[in-house]
Design a protein around this ligand. Structure first.
Ligand SMILES: NC(=O)c1ccc[n+]([C@@H]2O[C@H](COP(=O)([O-])OP(=O)(O)OC[C@H]3O[C@@H](n4cnc5c(N)ncnc54)[C@H](OP(=O)(O)O)[C@@H]3O)[C@@H](O)[C@H]2O)c1
Length: 447
C-alpha cells in the first residue's frame, strides 16, 4: 500500500510476513551504533524468527570480535565476502560518504536492501541511491539518520501521512541544545562545550555540530521525506551558534526569550521550500525553549492536523540502534514474493528566501556619542523599523554590549543595512544577527 508515493509501513508488532524466513543481516561497522544493533539483535530472542545477524564487517575485524554475539556469526574485513554470502539486508553503520557510498551502491545494485544511519551519505546522494534501489527492487531505509531514536521519518511517512505538511521544525542536534541550555543557566560557551565533550555529547572537533552541518544533513532528509524534494545541503541557510555569548542570554531573558538551534523547512504550497539551520530567539514559554539537555524535539505541522511534537534521544548508540532495528522489523513484514514496494526518489528542490522576520542585533562597541543614531539611521535607510533598544549596565566603555531588535524585514534589506553599520569604526567585535521566531509561528506553546 502506498500513501503519497511512499511505502506504508506495517507496524513493528505485526506478525512476520507469511512464509518469510528470517532476514539474514550483514552489519557493516562494529562501532558505537553497530555494537548497539548487535546487542539488540542478540538479546531480542522474540524477533529471532524475523531477523538473524549472520555477518559482521569491520576493518581489522579481529580486534573487534566479541563473545556475546551468536556463535555462527561470520566476522570479516572483506566487503566482497559480505556480498558473496548474499545477505538479505546490509546494515550500514560505518559512516562517511565515499567508501560507505560505494558499498551501499554495490549492495543495492544486487537487489540487497540497505538500512543506514548515515545522514551525510543520504543527504548528499539520497535521490541517486533511492533510484538505484527502485531499479533493483531493493529497499533503502534510514530512520536512524535523523534524530536517533525519535521515529520522525516513520511519523511523516506513516502515522501522519494523511496530512498535507506545511512545515517541519526541530531541534535536531543534541550537542547544540545541550550547550545552549547550559548557557541559559549562566555557563560560558567554552565551558558548556567542554562539559558536552566530557559527557560524550560532543566530538573533539565539534564544528559539524555547532556550525550546523550535522543538523543541515538531517534537515535535507526531512525535506525529502515530508515534501518529496531534495534540497542540497549547500542551499540550506546555515548559521553557527559559536557567536552566541553569555550576555545574549541576559538580553534574551529581558525579551522573554532564549536561544535554540532550530532547523526549519517549510513549503510555500507550490513546491518551493524555505530551509534554514541556526540559532533562533524563541519564546521562553515555547516547547523549543522547554526542550533542554541533549534531547531532540521535532514539530511536524500539517494543514489538517496542526502541529504534532515528537521528542526523545536524538543520538547515542542504543537509541540509534532502536531506529535501525525498527527499520529491519519493518522490512521483515514485506512478503517475500513482493519484489519491493518502492521509495519514490525525491525530485530536485527549489529553495526560496526566508520570510520577512524580526531580528535580534547585538553590538559590542567602543563607546562614543552618536553610535545609536548611526545604527538607527542605517536601518531607516532600508526601511527597517527598530522595535527595542536594550543595554545592560556594568560593562567597560571600550567593550560595551547592547542590543537592538528590529521589526520584520527582508534579508537583503537587513544585509545592506548591516553592511553600512559595519563600515562604522566603533565596533569592538562584529555584530551578531539572530532571527526572532514569530509568536504565531511557535507552534503549540506550552502554557
Ligand atoms: N553515534 C551516534 O550517536 C549516531 C547517531 C545517529 C547516527 N549515527 C551514524 O551512524 C554511523 C556510525 O556511527 P558510530 O557513532 O557508530 O561510528 P563509530 O563508532 O566510529 O563506528 C564506525 C565503525 O565503522 C568502522 N569503520 C570505519 N571506517 C571503516 C572502513 N573504511 N572499513 C571498515 N570499517 C570501517 C570503524 O572501525 P574502527 O574501530 O577501526 O574505527 C567503527 O567500528 C554514522 O553514519 C553516524 O553518522 C551515529
Amino acid at each position: 500500500v502506498t500513501i503519497s508515493g511512499l511505502t506504508r509501513d506495517v507496524p513493528a508488532d505485526a506478525a512476520p510476513a507469511p512464509g518469510r524466513a528470517p532476514l539474514r543481516l550483514a552489519l557493516l561497522g562494529f562501532g558505537t551504533v553497530g555494537q548497539a544493533v548487535a546487542r539488540i539483535l542478540t538479546e531480542r530472542t522474540d524477533v529471532a524468527d524475523r531477523l538473524r545477524l549472520t555477518q559482521v564487517f569491520n576493518r581489522d575485524v579481529a580486534r573487534k570480535r566479541v563473545s556475546w554475539t551468536p556463535a555462527d556469526v561470520a566476522w570479516t574485513d572483506s566487503f566482497d565476502a559480505v556480498l558473496a554470502a548474499d545477505p538479505d539486508v546490509i546494515v550500514e553503520v560505518v559512516g562517511g560518504v565515499e567508501t560507505a557510498g560505494t558499498w551501499v551502491r554495490r549492495a543495492l545494485a544486487r537487489g540487497i536492501s540497505v538500512v543506514t544511519a548515515n545522514k551525510l551519505l543520504m543527504a548528499a546522494h539520497g535521490p541517486e541511491l533511492m533510484t538505484l534501489a527502485v531499479e533493483h527492487g531493493a529497499h533503502l531505509r534510514f530512520e536512524a539518520a535523523v534524530a536517533g531514536g525519535v521515529p520522525v521519518i516513520d511519523a511523516i511517512r506513516s502515522g501522519l501521512a494523511g496530512d498535507r505538511f506545511t512545515r517541519v521544525a526541530g531541534i535536531l542536534n543534541g550537542t547544540c541544545n545541550y550547550i545552549l541550555s547550559r548557557m541559559e543557566s549562566g555557563e560560558s560557551m567554552a565551558g558548556a562545550l567542554a562539559d558536552a565533550q566530557l559527557r560524550g555529547f560532543a566530538e573533539a572537533d565539534p564544528s559539524s555540530d555547532v556550525d550546523g552541518q550535522d543538523a543541515t544533513a538531517k534537515l535535507v532528509l526531512l525535506a525529502g521525506v515530508a515534501f518529496g524534494r531534495h534540497v542540497p545541503a549547500a542551499q540550506v541557510a546555515t548559521a553557527s551558534i559559536r557567536r552566541i555569548d553569555a550576555i545574549d542570554f541576559q538580553y534574551a531573558r529581558r525579551l522573554g526569550r532564549t536561544f535554540r538551534q532550530l532547523s526549519i523547512v517549510e513549503s510555500d504550497g507550490s513546491g518551493a521550500l524555505r530551509a534554514s539551520v541556526g540559532p533562533v530567539l524563541v519564546p521562553a514559554s515555547s516547547r523549543f525553549a522547554r526542550n533542554t539537555g541533549a534531547q531532540n524535539l521535532i514539530l511536524i505541522t500539517g494543514r489538517h492536523g496542526g502541529a504534532t511534537a515528537l521528542s526523545g534521544e536524538g543520538a547515542g548508540g542504543s537509541p540509534t540502534a532502536v531506529a535501525v532495528v525498527s527499520d529491519l522489523l519493518a522490512l521483515s513484514r514485506v512478503p517475500a514474493n513482493v519484489a519491493g514496494p518502492m521509495e519514490r526518489p525525491w525530485e530536485p528542490g527549489c529553495v526560496i528566501p526566508p520570510h520577512a522576520t524580526a531580528y535580534y542585533l547585538r553590538f559590542v562597541v567602543r563607546d562614543r556619542p552618536g553610535i545609536l543614531a548611526a545604527i538607527t539611521t542605517a536601518l531607516a535607510r532600508y526601511d527597517i523599523n527598530v522595535d527595542a533598544v536594550l543595554q545592560e549596565r556594568g560593562f567597560p566603555k571600550d567593550q560595551l554590549p547592547f542590543v537592538v531588535t528590529v521589526e520584520p524585514c527582508e534579508v537583503p534589506a537587513l544585509t545592506a543595512a548591516m553592511a553600512d553599520v559595519q563600515a562604522e569604526g566603533f565596533h569592538a567585535e562584529p555584530p551578531l544577527v539572530v532571527p526572532v521566531l514569530p509568536e504565531e509561528d511557535d507552534a503549540a506553546p506550552v502554557q
